[in-house]
Write a protein that binds this ligand. Structure first.
Ligand SMILES: Nc1nc2c(ncn2[C@@H]2O[C@H](COP(=O)(O)OP(=O)(O)OP(=O)(O)O)[C@@H](O)[C@H]2O)c(=O)[nH]1
Ligand SMILES: [Mg+2]
Length: 320
């Protein structure tokens, strides 16, 4: 299995926003702990792609099991319901009845989730549920929906058939957690990192319903690196394959644009700096992430902001 290391390139693009005079001491070029250079504007570009061998196998697994499946439950990350839509999954499962679940809704902006649900329902005529697989919010609705599909399919049949549902989605979106929640058992292994499930697993939901857990998959090449970054922010791309300092800086840039108040409140900043790098340095100074010789610990700062975004400590945030 080969996992391509993300390349970090320099970019001289200027920051497109400015909300207050720069407070940071860091305005010039800086070197991150991970060694990637940042420009004066504090921006850098990343090239993220992650499609290891087990995802290629999963594509085949989905294809092979499709015949045995009555309905696909596609999990999207409620914080990024557009970017977490895998075009390869849409293509593979085209023609199958589909239920879309916006999972991790407890981490997302409620209003944004409602808008995405309405958009998906009207654009695709899909059944869309807003869910928290950890707490079980939305799970009963899903069971009811599956029961109604099961009954509809069995109408007029003498020999009743089981309903078989396949759960698909990007890595770390909560597929196995949802299965555990629905079955009421810890039958599927879960974990707070992508790539936990590695094989298929059929589990009984009772009442003549079966669920198939599948490993998370991405697609071979991200045409749009903004999509890749959002997947990375939300923990669907293995952190080890990326430059974390750069990723954290990119997240700070996006949060500065979309949720400046939450960012300032969490890190006790008076305002957003002129550049993302300036804001990153201000956060580091506030948190005391300084190494020997007074150098800023960019990697620790990046890791902190990524962790606090992922756990919604900064607030309930939707990135699209
Ligand atoms: N806050 C929150 N966390 C969730 C939710 N659903 C799952 N998680 C967490 O997300 C992480 C990943 O969950 P998994 O169920 O292992 O995800 P998966 O989609 O099966 O991941 P892979 O098997 O790697 O593809 C775990 O730490 C879960 O506790 C949710 O609705 N809200
Ligand atoms: Mg899993």
């Amino acid at each position: 299995m080969s996992e391509e290391k993300t390349k970090v390139k320099k970019s001289s693009a200027k920051s497109s926003y400015s909300e207050c005079p720069a407070k940071s001491k860091g305005g010039g070029s800086a070197k991150t702990a991970a060694g990637s250079s940042k420009t004066r504007s504090g921006e850098s570009s990343m090239n993220i792609n992650w499609f290891p061998g087990h995802m290629k196998k999963t594509r085949v697994l989905i294809q092979e099991n499709l015949k045995a499946v009555d309905v696909c439950i596609e999990l999207l990350d409620a914080r990024i319901p557009i970017s977490s839509r895998n075009p390869m999954i849409s293509e593979l499962t085209a023609g199958k009845p589909r239920i879309i679940v916006l999972n991790k809704s407890d981490l997302a902006d409620e209003e944004a989730s409602r808008a995405h649900k309405a958009r998906l329902e009207s654009d695709e005529g899909a059944q869309v549920l807003i869910m928290n697989a950890n707490s079980g919010q939305g799970a009963q609705q899903l069971v009811k929906l599956l029961e109604s599909i099961r009954d509809e399919r069995n109408e007029g049949r003498e020999r009743k058939r089981q309903l078989r549902a396949m759960i698909v989605g990007i890595p770390n979106v909560g597929k196995s957690s949802l299965i555990n929640r629905l079955t009421g058992r810890r039958a599927a292994v879960t974990g707070n990192k992508p790539g936990v499930t590695r094989g298929k697993q059929w589990l009984s939901l009772g009442n003549d319903m079966m669920l198939l857990d599948t490993p998370g998959i991405l697609w071979p090449k991200f045409e749009d690196q903004d999509v890749a970054k959002k997947l990375a922010f939300c923990g669907s791309i293995k952190d080890e394959t990326m430059d974390l300092s750069t990723l954290g800086l990119e997240l700070i840039k996006l949060l500065s644009e979309r949720y400046p108040e939450l960012l300032c409140a969490r890190y006790k900043l008076e305002c957003i700096a002129d550049t993302p790098l300036g804001t990153m340095e201000a956060i580091a100074l506030k948190r005391g992430f300084i190494m020997s010789g007074g150098r800023i610990d960019y990697e620790r700062t990046a890791r902190t902001v990524l962790d606090e975004f992922r756990s919604a400590v900064i607030g309930r945030i939707s990135l699209e």
